[in-house]
Ligand binder design. Structure first.
Ligand code: 26V
Length: 822
């Protein structure tokens, strides 16, 4: 796991000898008394645990101080409910934000230990699939950094996202046992336990005061146990809490069964209960519909809301003012059942009447949508809901009845009513979780300007009309601490040396780089940083897949989940077209290029897995072809995760953001790559549109159909065969793939893939091919003029400060949460 080739850390912390000595003593004490090791025999893993525990000591006091202060001042706080937090490694993050990196480096050096090697020992916490989970992690860091009191609430999965192994070109999934060697960052809160109920039935019962209440007699109870991880803000400003729930059986062992000799049966209930937090669902944007997934969603939504209510009641007499003290953000529909759960808690447990409870609920929640893909919009079968959550189903019916009354009063007819109903009656009765989140929230947001507009125009048009304009845009952002300062310390040094260390606190200063784009000396220093990062990545490529690549070649990078709409296939087909052209004219002027791919496919997503296989097959053929003399190489790097992203991004020259327009909600990798000075080749989709506006058309390679044109093509009926017939290069590439040039042992391996492209090109790969191929030629031309390439690269870094997640969070704080950062 030690694969962190990062160079020297940022010199923002100038430690004195005493601090270094103190930290060294602390590490040694942790090693001896907590790890139980000895310095002369300690493994790198032992040193990691000892260092993390020493760093943790620096956090704990500030953590308590932050919490005490927020409570004393009774500040409003944010609760960010998310099924996923893709946080990655924490040691360098914590040390960096505490200003302790140099202290730790020198403390360890004195013990003959290298900090980077130690940091490389940490398991990557992959409690998320992709963009949505990583956004939650960036938001947590930004909230702590700009001073927003916040709790992140989620699930402590025992197994995070699977580890991807590529064998014979195929993806294999292996469980990721990230907790196996211990997790020094988490604190088990054994006193924070909530009961989560499932099943059973509901009865209305008369209480002693004569009032009637609905009482839910559950069939099954599971405990939720809290684990807290501190989230350290920049310069230690605030320390917030990431609170993750772990499922525990209420009755771990049926002793009578055990004593009767049924040792397995005696543990069955426990296995069933604890399965809830066993594993992260690995499909992003694919409909799961699995009962276990619904159990996970309710489990964490309920535990989180019970915790929020308990914390509120520890300081307030009632729940009527809940929304004044806390804003609850729903990260996609995954926690949307929380709308019904909060209603249940307010009414059935705390005795509020419907109208008061509904007012509190709507004022408390807001909802972020992250995708408009129909297959990713969650719905649950009504019978499953009735069986698992009978009281919630009643509440959802009541919410729906009132919601439809309002719509009718505003003049809605039958068609509109069935479109805005919380129940989809079209294919079996199903609860629409997006609708539930929408009506239960006072604000609904999309994650880029285009995406928010498409929400208004398409999927949520009717609801937005009936509910009064509630949709707002909050374009995503990324934390610059992780994605620039830590991932690319070399470039960061160059920037702070040139425009001053204030940059670390004020990213808008990046604009001061604009005149430097005209300075040949600066461009050269900028390019030298890239060259060093590429040199390091070259080493990683060699050790991981045994491929030798030239660090002077153009590094052309597409790193993200493998999905048809993201169009890795377009990139691979273009690679084949380029290969054909190179072989046809071996003496032509070809710039050396390395196509780098990385990403995981959902285990059940066969088409995505086939695309991985094709990429590896194409790579194997191209990388072995002597006629190319090394000018083109293709690398598929296995097991893409946060740590691998941190190594690839500083080394990328070209950033591939080529989704079918209208389908990528935002993208955040696009921001990370542009910030590190990569030029984007992309469609006008998601946040690419806003990147384009900021960096300017001269510094980005835009191509392809717009979202409106895509909609029009689909409406008119698009025939891929005509597009292929009109493009000899596309035809040549598809013929090569279909006829087995890249799969000689099984010539028909990709025939079906190509056939399906010709018959139903849903993502318009063939429609955009020529424009993409032409733009790639422009890329090559630009690359061969270093002056213009590096001018554009500098201007990319200069113009993207707006994509800091600090800006995004300030926007949520002001417009949605009504909290004041400080
Ligand atoms: C859906 C499902 C369905 C059930 C199985 C598990 C599962 C897991 C995740 C999802 C939704 C994924 C949505 C998502 O990741 N959207 C991405 O969000 C990013 C942050 O806003 C954004 O940059 C990407 O464009 C968007 O695709």
């Amino acid at each position: 796991m030690n694969d962190s080739p990062s160079p020297a850390s940022l010199r923002i912390d100038a430690p004195d000898a005493a601090a270094i000595e103190e930290f060294r003593e602390s590490i040694l004490a942790k090693l001896v008394y907590q790890v139980g090791g000895r310095p002369e025999r300690a493994s790198p893993r032992d040193w990691f645990i000892a260092t993390a525990l020493a760093a943790r000591d620096h956090i704990v006091d500030d953590w308590r101080r932050t919490n005490d202060q927020t409570r004393a001042e009774d500040r409003k706080g944010v609760c960010y409910l998310s099924m996923e937090f893709l946080i990655g490694r924490l040691l360098t993050d914590a040390l960096g934000n505490l200003g302790l990196t140099e202290t730790a480096r020198q403390a360890l050096a004195g013990l003959g230990v290298d900090l980077d090697a130690v940091a490389g020992q940490e398991a990557d916490a992959a409690l998320g699939n992709g963009g949505l989970g990583r956004l939650a992690a960036c938001f947590m860091e930004s909230m702590a950094s700009i001073g927003v009191p916040a709790y992140g609430y989620g699930i402590r999965y025992e197994n995070g996202l699977f580890r991807q192994i590529i064998a014979g070109g195929l993806q294999h999934e292996v469980p990721e046992d990230w907790l196996a060697l211990g997790n020094p960052w988490e604190f088990e809160r054994s006193s924070l336990v909530y009961e989560i109920r499932f099943g059973g039935h509901v009865r209305s019962e008369v209480s002693v005061d004569g009032s009637t209440r609905m009482v839910w007699h559950a069939g099954e109870i599971v405990n939720a146990l809290a684990y807290d991880t501190p989230v350290v803000g920049w310069r230690g400003k605030r320390i917030n809490t990431l609170r993750l729930w772990s499922a525990r059986a209420t009755d771990p062992l049926h002793l009578s069964e055990f004593n009767r000799g049924d040792h397995v049966g005696a543990q069955a209930a426990r296995m069933r209960a604890e399965a809830i937090s066993r594993v992260l669902y690995p499909g992003d944007e694919t409909e799961a519909g699995q009962e276990l997934r619904l159990r996970q969603e309710y489990f964490f939504a309920s535990a989180s809301l019970q915790d929020i209510i308990r914390r509120h009641l520890s300081r307030h007499a009632g729940l009527g003012n809940l929304a004044d003290r806390v804003a609850v953000q729903l990260n996609d529909t995954h926690p949307a059942i929380g709308v019904a759960e909060l209603m249940r808690l307010l009414m059935d447990v705390h005795g509020m009447d419907w109208d008061a409870a509904w007012a509190v609920t709507q004022a408390t929640f807001s909802y972020t949508n992250h995708t408009l893909l129909p297959e990713a919009l969650e719905t649950w079968p009504v019978p499953m809901m009735e069986r698992l959550l009978p009281r919630h189903m009643q509440i959802i019916y009541l919410i729906n009845a009132r919601h439809l009354d309002t719509a009718r009063a505003r003049g809605a007819g039958d068609a509109l009513l069935s479109s805005v109903s919380l129940i989809d009656e079209r294919h079996g009765r199903r609860v629409r979780m997006g609708h539930l989140a929408f009506v239960g929230s006072h604000r609904i947001n999309g994650v880029s300007a285009l995406h928010s507009q498409l929400m208004r125009d398409t999927v949520f048009a009717d609801l937005n009309q009936v509910c009064g304009d509630r949709i707002t845009n909050k374009t995503n952002g990324i934390t610059f601490r992780r994605w620039l300062h830590r991932a690319n310390p070399g470039l960061t040094h160059l920037l702070t040396d040139t425009i001053g260390p204030e940059l670390l606190d004020d990213p808008e200063r990046l604009e001061h780089l604009v005149p430097l784009a005209e300075d040949a000396g600066f461009r050269q220093r900028f390019a030298a940083q890239r060259r060093a990062a590429k040199e390091r990545l070259t080493g990683v490529i060699a050790t991981r897949i045994g491929l030798k690549v030239d660090p002077d070649a153009l590094f052309d990078v597409q790193i993200k989940r493998i999905h048809e709409y993201k169009r890795q296939l377009l990139n691979v087909v273009q690679t084949v077209a380029l290969y054909n052209a190179m072989r046809a004219r071996p003496t032509g002027h070809w710039i050396p290029r390395v196509k780098i791919f990385a990403g995981k496919a959902a285990p059940s997503y066969h088409q995505a897995k086939l695309i991985i296989r094709l990429t590896n097959d194409v790579a194997a053929t191209i990388n072995e072809d002597p006629t190319l003399r090394g000018t083109l190489k293709v690398a598929f790097l296995p097991n893409y995760n946060v740590s691998l992203a941190e190594m690839i991004i500083p080394a990328a020259d070209l950033s591939e953001q080529i989704s079918t327009a209208g389908l990528e909600a935002s993208g955040t990798g696009n921001m990370k790559l542009a910030l590190n000075g990569a030029l984007t080749i992309g469609t006008l989709d998601g946040a690419n549109v806003e990147i384009d506006e900021r960096v300017g058309r001269d510094n980005i390679f835009i191509f392809g159909l717009t979202a409106a044109e895509v909609a029009e093509r689909k409406r008119a009926g698009f025939d891929a065969r005509l597009a292929v017939a009109a493009s000899p290069e596309l035809r040549g590439a598809l013929d090569a793939i279909a006829s087995g040039v890249f799969s000689p042992g099984e010539p028909d391996r990709y025939r079906g893939l190509v056939e399906s492209l010709l018959h139903d090109d849903r993502y318009l790969v063939t429609a955009d091919f020529d424009a993409y191929h032409a733009r790639q030629r422009d890329v090559a031309t630009c690359w061969s003029k270093p002056e213009s390439w590096w001018r554009s690269a500098v201007l990319n870094t200069a113009h993207v400060s707006w994509f800091s997640s600090d800006r995004t969070i300030r926007d949520y704080a002001e417009d949605i949460w009504k909290v004041t950062p400080r």
